[in-house]
Design a protein around this ligand. Sequence first.
Ligand code: ASP
Length: 442
Amino acid sequence: MKMKVLKFGGTSVGSVENMNNVKNIINDGQRKVVVLSAMSGTTNQLVAIAQDIAEKNPNEAIDKINKLNETYFTAIDKLLRNKKLNEDVKSYVSGIFNFLVESTYKEYSETIENQIVAQGELLSTYMFNSYLNQEGVSSALLPALSFMRIDEFTEPDYNYIESNFKDVFENVEESEIYITQGFICLDINGEISNLQRGGSDYTATIIGAAIKAEEVQIWTDIDGMHNNDPRYVDNTKPISNLSFDEAAELAYFGAKILHPQTVTPVRTDNIPVRLKNTMNPEAYGTLISSKTSVNGVKAIAAKDNITAIKIKSARMLQAHGFLKKVFEIFESYKTSIDMITTSEVAVSLTIDDDKNLDKILVELEKIATIEVDKNQSIVCLVGHSVVNHQDTFKLFQILQDVKIRMISYGGSNNNISLLIDTKHKITTLQKLNNYLFELVTL
Ligand code: ASP
């Protein structure tokens, strides 16, 4: 029988009330896999603790560890009235906090940071499994580190995951609900690693693909993917249906609700992904599937911390091979390019990872004159066949009052991207909302 995979985010497991909501959602008599994030705020604290260790501030790290320990003990007392379970969980949690304290005596390394950051999901899943136990719901823990692994390119190792998941699943006591940790995995050397921030969504779809799930559900604290960023724009609305392409573009270009890679594992097998709200389970949410519909712009998202580089050279004029040289420089520093526009004498492109920017610039300056603009944002308009839609021209109405640094139109039929200075982001999102969704005309 096909199972569903349900992932619950940090706020869903962030309080006793919310854990109770999760219990009610998952306890419907059907077998399922439940993927949990760390309780909200925990991963940020763990990252900060690792940072303190890196900066040789062990006392500050210990301070944070003690505070976090206190928060967990208070949560456990609220959650687990059953004395035996309460004591068992406290002893498990103390083991983790002892490990964190021991880490502060060690020399910082990426491995240590990854081990520290992994503890959040180990805590939340152990606590939640005990809570279900207390409430009489049949559940078992599937340790993610026994089956979740990435390869040398940090891509999921699907063969390994599929066979190891099967092994772990078949050897654990039979239950209705199988709980596992999101985000954490092993790397190719068997060290603890992770799928990057927000990675529990990705865990859910990787497992979904491995077990050919009936559906993957991502439960958060908002009614699905909205058509614009609700932090900056009023009256945004949830989008009921998105295609895999649309969802992938939105997740990559800044829609915070999904990890950028979420839909990749499931799209070839056509496994639908449903975005739902733990605090409002009746709301329809968003269904991501292979169905497409032409509706013009469906959603707008923005991605910050973009660097734009203008590469100008008289040598480009009627010369071939110039772009190849440029791309090779970026390639040699493993830096991927997001947007690109060209003229006969210049090319502008953007990157979001500027770790190697200085070295790249040294190379580029050997062949061209360079201008760099930091603090840029890509505003991305997404909709199936949006470039062909009759209403899309309204986008250009904002050109008269927002300074646009680059436009990418026609790269894909489903996406139009604008590059703007981040200081204009909020007004740009609001204006686009008015022109494109609220039907305001000039
Ligand atoms: N706990 C991790 C994070 O905060 C992973 C996740 O929540 O998806 O990024």
